[in-house]
Design a protein around this ligand. Structure first.
Ligand code: DC
Length: 227
């Protein structure tokens, strides 16, 4: 199968829109590979933190984006683990600090270019579900299937709040809402690859919707899908 013939389903949207969960379930149902592109940005952010890099030093961050070893593997429970320079950094990657660092470095055009080919390398037969912000617009503009997920900021903050509380992390709903709004504004207003739906993306609002119904709506876009 030539690379262009390998089908790609892009699922873009803001944090808390349900992208991660929906993408993983959909990839599993289709038997396709899965790219969590946010994890790449988070990994570079975490590696930059380990190396004590200044988040204003674009040159150092670009080198870090090229040099950081990033690997994915499933653990015994089928959970996706992320290795950064050989260390399992999955839990650290999920923190709000890592998310904020990722959002800051993701605004640097050369960092985005440095990660472009790494993301495209995930396109392997029989297909790829790619989750992120610019999957349908920049990384896989030729994708056959494109989805843009949204949800109200309040609902996204509440989902995050529940996730973090379940993990025993102490946060406030107000604080999370403020962080989500600030991150949305930064991701949508940056000059390079701002968060916006591809023109040919199907928009799905997940506010008040369960995972199953969103998964079914996404799967309905892919002909010949596994039931
Ligand atoms: O999806 P996430 O929360 O793991 O992403 C973390 C940050 O990385 C997010 O604030 C924006 C950035 N990002 C990006 O700019 N482009 C992507 N394709 C994925 C993530």
């Amino acid at each position: 199968m030539t690379e262009a013939a390998i089908p790609v389903l892009t699922i873009d949207g803001p944090s808390g829109s349900g992208k991660g969960t929906i993408s993983r379930v959909v990839a599993g149902r289709l038997g396709w590979h899965y790219l969590d592109s946010g994890a790449l940005y988070r990994a570079v952010g975490v590696a930059a933190g380990w190396a004590d890099l200044d988040l204003d030093d674009a040159g150092a961050l670009v080198r870090c984006a090229f040099d950081t070893g990033i690997g994915f593997r499933d653990d015994a429970a089928g959970e996706l683990r992320v290795l950064v320079n050989g260390h399992d950094a999955t839990d650290e990657l999920r923190t709000e600090t890592a998310g904020a660092a990722a959002s800051a470095i993701a605004a640097i055009p050369e960092v985005r270019s440095a990660l472009k080919e790494r993301q495209r390398a995930f396109r392997k037969a029989p297909g790829l579900v790619a989750d992120g912000r610019d999957m349908g617009t920049v990384i896989f503009p030729d994708a056959a299937f494109k989805v843009f997920l949204t949800a109200s900021a309040e609902e996204r903050a509440e989902r995050r709040y529940k996730q973090l509380k379940d993990k025993g992390v102490s946060v406030t709903l107000d604080g999370l809402l403020r962080e989500i709004l600030a991150r949305d504004a930064r991701d949508a207003s940056r000059a390079v690859a701002p968060l916006r739906p591809a023109e040919d993306a199907v928009r799905i609002d997940t506010t008040g919707q369960g995972i199953d119904s969103v998964v079914e709506r996404v799967l309905a876009l892919v002909p010949g899908r596994t039931a």
